[in-house]
Design a protein around this ligand. Structure first.
Ligand code: BES
Ligand code: MN
Ligand code: ZN
Length: 495
């Protein structure tokens, strides 16, 4: 979607459809709204009084302008109570309008935005982008159509700086949608090899370095944990390293994503009900890919390594079996008690690899445990960390990006649940505190680097549509990780 921003007057609006947010208390803040109302002979204010036009959040009414304005209709979108106005509601208002345009097959509109603050404009652009995504990418004769262009009209402010803000939000929104479309791909359309190829194309198009490690090299490096997971499948594992070099010195952030392109559970096979959702078990790797795209476009002065741990988890004849022993890239031995706890295995080698590639700070992102969904539902991502200063940076980035994230404990006592009779560590620690023991397992592979683990099992996929965004993959963590990378950059004097 093309997004442009204009500081101007009503006559500057270029489209046939105007989108106009109104609050429950009445017309929103500034001159543009009042001007529309007066050109429509008070249809808005009267409509609100007569309860024909509502300011309730997510409500929509379509007014015909009958020649009184250059635009043919005004889509009035409820913005809720003015006192509750926030980046979150701004995102929802813009999203609700875009979803309606899609359903009406309208390809362009002008959004009359009531506030000129940077935060709400960025939120509107982000919300509009997220709303312009449909999970029905393989439907032929799709009933909805993408909105092609959105113009945002504000009455005051510095056009150049607001345009920059809108452009940055557009880049992040587009990266979120990339992560969503990847996460939505079914297992047969996105194998580890196809995912790696997609990453290569993206890297070549955006000037990132990329290396795709094959199983033979994993074997040489002793990456036996990821190799153990891929044994049950005919599709070989791929370990992808993407690199963005933005600085000659300073930190290197290592982003490590779980990329199980289909998780059947392996020999410890999952029940049939809802198993198809496990096509999204590479949402962590998809978030890393999206973030790398955003970073390549935003060009912050910092170094980033993105590691994608790509494999299937299937119960083929050579599959890893409960009781089998694996050894990871750092030499630690692992007793596999449950082959369905495969994410932590591929991430173990991914984390070791990111360290070997020079990462100074680690974040892994994974649809890791059902236990995390039980603990936090689908509203908050579980956050686990080994160094509070680094964890706080991630939480702070999440807050600025408007993503729900909640820190969980990692007391050393949880390690006892992972004791194995035969190996250094077992890959499961029982039902109790399952998300925490999973994180405790990962910590063993992070050396002494500051590390944060994001469990997105609940937040990466939403089972229900809401007025401002379609159900399915959410692209969670892309805004947070992009923000995190930016906060680690050395200032270049212009920002
Ligand atoms: N990919 C799943 C976790 C998952 C569950 C993601 C639900 C999204 C929604 C993961 O590989 C898994 O199977 N975890 C097991 C771990 C258990 C065997 C210790 C789980 O959560 O049941
Ligand atoms: Mn599993
Ligand atoms: Zn999994």
């Amino acid at each position: 979607m093309q997004i442009s921003l204009r500081v101007g007057r009503l006559q500057d609006a270029a489209s046939d459809t105007l989108i106009l947010p109104v609050f429950e208390e009445g017309l929103a803040g500034d001159g543009l709204t009042a001007e529309i109302d007066s050109r429509l002979d008070g249809a808005l204010t009267q409509g609100i009084h007569a309860r024909q036009v509502s300011g309730k959040l997510h409500s929509i009414s379509n007014l015909l302008t009958l020649g009184k304005l250059a635009a043919a209709h005004v889509l009035v979108v409820g913005a809720g109570k003015e006192a509750d106005w926030s980046a979150k509601t701004a995102r929802r208002v813009a999203g609700t309008a875009i979803r309606r345009l899609r359903a009406d097959r309208q390809s362009a509109a002008t959004l009359i935005w009531p506030h000129s603050d940077v935060e709400s404009i960025a939120a509107a652009v982000h919300g509009a982008q997220l709303a312009n995504f449909s999970p029905g990418q393989y439907k032929t004769g799709n009933a909805e159509e993408d909105v092609q262009s959105l113009e945002i009209l504000v009455s005051e402010g510095d056009s150049e700086s607001l345009t920059q803000v809108a452009e940055k939000a557009r880049i992040i929104g587009q990266a979120s949608n990339l992560a969503r479309s990847v996460a939505n791909e079914p297992g047969n359309k996105l194998t580890p090899a196809i995912f790696a190829e997609k990453a290569r194309e993206l890297a070549e198009a955006s000037g990132l370095q990329i290396e795709v490690m094959e199983e033979a090299e994993m074997f040489e490096k002793g990456y036996g944990a990821i190799l153990g997971v891929s044994r049950g499948s005919d599709e070989p594992a791929k370990l992808v390293t993407m690199r963005y070099n933005g600085s000659e010195s300073g930190p290197t952030i290592g982003l490590v994503g779980k990329g199980i392109t289909f998780d059947s559970g392996g020999i410890s096979i999952k029940p049939a009900a809802d198993m198809h959702i496990m096509k999204t078990d590479m949402s962590g790797a998809a978030a890393v890919l999206g973030t790398m795209q955003a970073v390549a476009q935003l060009k912050p002065r910092v170094n980033v390594i993105g590691v994608l741990c790509l494999s299937e988890n299937l119960p083929g004849p050579r599959a890893v079996k409960p009781g089998d022993l694996l050894s990871a890239g750092n030499g630690k031995t692992i007793e596999v008690l449950n082959t369905d706890a495969e994410g932590r295995l591929v991430l173990a080698d991914g984390l070791v690899h990111a360290r070997e590639q020079g990462a100074t700070h680690l974040v892994d992102i994974a649809t890791l445990t059902g236990s995390c969904v039980v603990a936090l539902g689908r509203i908050n991502t579980g956050v686990f960390g080994s160094a509070q200063e680094w964890t706080d940076k991630v939480l702070d980035a999440a807050q600025h990006a408007g993503e729900g994230m909640w820190q969980m404990p990692l007391d050393p006592e949880y390690r006892e649940q992972l004791e194995s009779d035969v190996a250094d560590i077992a890959n499961v620690g029982g039902r109790e505190g399952g998300a925490i023991t999973a994180a405790t397992f990962l910590k063993e592979f992070t050396g002494d680097l500051p590390w944060v683990h994001l469990d997105i099992a609940g937040t990466s996929w939403q089972p229900k549509s809401v007025p401002y965004v379609a159900k399915g993959p959410t692209g969670v963590a892309v805004p947070t990780l992009t923000r995190l990378v930016e906060t680690m950059a050395t200032p270049d004097g212009t920002q």
